[in-house]
Design a protein around this ligand. Sequence first.
Ligand code: FAD
Length: 447
Amino acid sequence: SPSIVWFRDDLRLADNPALRAAIDRGEPIIGLYVLDEESPGIRPLGGAARWWLNGSLASLAERLAERGGALVLRRGPADRVVREAVTDAAAGAVFWNRRYGGPERAVDAGLKAVLRDAGVEVASFAASLLFEPWTVTTGAGTPYAVFSPFWRACQSLPAPRAPLPEPREIAGARHPIDSDRLDDWELLPHEPDWAGGLRETWEPGEPAARRRLREFLNNDLGHYARARDEPAAGATSLLSPRLRWGEVSPHQVWHEGVATGRAGKFLSELGWREFAWHTLFHSPDLATQNLRREFDAFPWPRLRPSALEAWRRGHTGIALVDAGMRELWVTGYMHNRVRMVTASFLIKNLLIDWRLGEQWFWDTLVDADAANNPFNWQWVAGSGADAAPYFRIFNPDLQAKKFDPDGHYVRQWAPEHLSDDPPPPIVDLRESRQAALAAYDVVKRAA
Ligand code: FAD
């Protein structure tokens, strides 16, 4: 009886424990991907994420086929669709790598129980995080709220396991079951086709991900600690969409990084990824609820839609903000320093609720991540874990002077700001800063 490997956020063959378990079981294998936009609480993918998913699934299907396997695509609520696939294939086992969001865990736990009751072997594996969230707690058994002790605690645990090698052959099932056609899912935009910049910037899929990891560690890691905050330096790994979709695993990044002997700073960024995911595990409402509930008292003024739109489109009249928002729109990516500056500007200069910014990033980032995105938005807002203190309000012009002193980044994305007639800012930075501080005082009094 065949084994089903249910692929989710782990679109790779190497270091895939669920796939390894299926190979070890020795029966024919069916790869399955379910596009689930219906299960309660599952957050529908944004536009840029759908674009990436399309490319990454096409690559995975090709790689499985080259090795003798196949990828079956089905759409609908996962609890129903996976059960149907098991019946259609007369499968004897289902394997998957764990997910950590609340609604996803509910789906997976339900399925596990139902399938086991039906006599189907089910096993789930740790593959997308270096440390399981329930294994990292304070002495009192509670989740960490501050990064440094969290990361120290992680490092005192046994080191993350070594990555598994890539399988050379995958015995496919003799009788294939029905699959949707990827094109029929219409994950790619058309009319208007806004994905030209994404196509120019990225090549989704595991082979390109592994190349990028190697290239970064060989060529760029030496500049990372010094230049990672400079948006024009090209000093960061660009691995975020790869990790988001699981085209590389954190274990691969970790072990190859450690082997260089000089990746400490870089690997601590993987630590932030762990921290964000552990926080989501303990607070599944991270994208909608302030982690620090006293922030519920924040007096958000009535929304000015034109200000939100100016921010989204990169027409705020603030050079670094406009450059960042346009990089995001064109490429589906924005440099971390600029993410912090654009988020701070939305929240603290435009006084627009962080959730609206989070939603725009969710829709436009190719690395839109259910934990990293809301976690970092809350970090900037001051409402999150180990968050920036509310009174630290970035001045986006000073940030540009410091991190883009020669204007390379602004020249690339918003060159009109360097002309003789730059566009005027839509808010006064000093006045809006005062207004934000007054609003945060309300939170302080509510605490
Ligand atoms: P590198 O510096 O090379 O870092 C390596 C990896 O570490 C990244 O790929 C990422 O997986 C992880 N990492 C780095 N910084 C962070 C961080 N602050 N928090 C969590 N993990 C981190 N990252 C996402 O992956 N998805 C998101 O949706 C996302 N939204 C963000 C929203 C805001 C407002 C901010 C301020 C940051 C956000 N980040 C998000 C974190 C960070 O900006 C990106 O991970 C980083 O810019 C990706 O580029 P890189 O892979 O070259 O990073």
